[in-house]
Ligand binder design. Structure first.
Ligand code: NDP
Length: 240
């Protein structure tokens, strides 16, 4: 069955990798991203099944417009899967006077923007759930956002605020999985592994292809039993 998939932050890194795997091995992708129209890799795909939409997740007008553009394309079928992948990692030194602006930016993009964008797409998720019985929100989290598995001193200390923002995102996933269940909308957090992107760096253990090919398969396996839980790219459960 053809599925409509929205992936945020799809012009580079993990988001772009997911586009390739969903696009070529699944049926359909619809992709909003801040700089997507300027991404040569996305433009090169040049396929009518792929809709590239510009969106700044931190700007209300921007994602509302993005949702409208997606709505015009998918119509009453709605959006089957929303992958909130857009994210930033802004180092904050927790042993010095806190740079509030940089701390807030981590929360704004990784957490607040994800909540706002998800709400902006709710009517499309509901429409898909009405037709197909369910739809799925996937929040791109990180193992660094697991409180039970925190690496403490092993993790770079300046990533603490990023970790906090992903832990908050995880709470949002859990809450959503309960609140929107009656509408047939499921929510699950996923950790992509340590991936060679602008954010992950060259020394990361996984290539974008390795992470996103596994993740695409994992996401397509998500069902009722996986609602409100946290997984890694290989479908291994992670404790909150
Ligand atoms: P990149 O830095 O390579 O890409 C980030 C993407 O997010 C870009 O497409 C960027 O768009 C987009 N983005 C950032 N801010 C906004 C915004 N305000 N509105 C719209 N889009 C935005 O990161 P990765 O691909 O590595 O990371 C993707 C996700 O995976 C993130 O949520 C990250 O936290 C998570 N993750 C990554 C890991 C890794 O090892 N790489 C490990 C664990 C989690 P633009 O080009 O316009 O900036």
């Amino acid at each position: 069955m053809t599925k409509s998939i929205v992936i945020t932050g799809a012009n580079r890194g993990i988001g772009l990798g997911l586009v390739f795997f969903f696009f070529f091995f699944r049926n359909c992708s619809r992709i909003p991203s801040r700089n997507a129209p300027k991404s040569p890799e996305l433009q090169a795909l040049n396929d009518p099944r792929l809709v590239i939409v510009e969106m700044d997740a931190t700007c209300d007008d921007s994602f509302t417009n993005a949702a409208l553009q997606v709505a015009q394309t998918v119509g009453s079928s709605g959006v089957d899967i929303l992958i909130s992948n857009a994210g930033v990692i802004i180092p904050v030194n927790i042993d010095a006077p806190i740079n509030r602006k940089e701390a807030i930016k981590n929360f704004d993009v990784n957490c607040i923007a994800t909540m706002a964008v998800t709400l902006g797409f709710k009517y499309l998720l509901k429409a898909a759930a009405k037709k197909a019985g369910h739809s799925q929100v996937v929040n791109m989290s990180s193992i660094l956002g697991s409180v039970s598995q925190t690496w403490g001193a092993v993790a770079p200390r300046h990533f603490t605020v990023y970790s906090m923002s992903k832990a908050a995102l995880n709470m949002y996933t859990k809450t959503l999985s309960m609140e929107w269940k009656a509408d047939g909308i499921r929510a699950t957090s996923i950790h992509p592994g340590w991936v060679q992107t602008d954010m992950g760096g060259e020394e990361a253990t996984l290539t974008v292809e390795q992470s996103t090919s596994d993740m695409a398969h994992t996401i397509m396996k998500f069902g009722e039993a996986n609602n409100g839980l946290f997984y890694d790219w290989k479908f291994e459960a992670i404790t909150w």
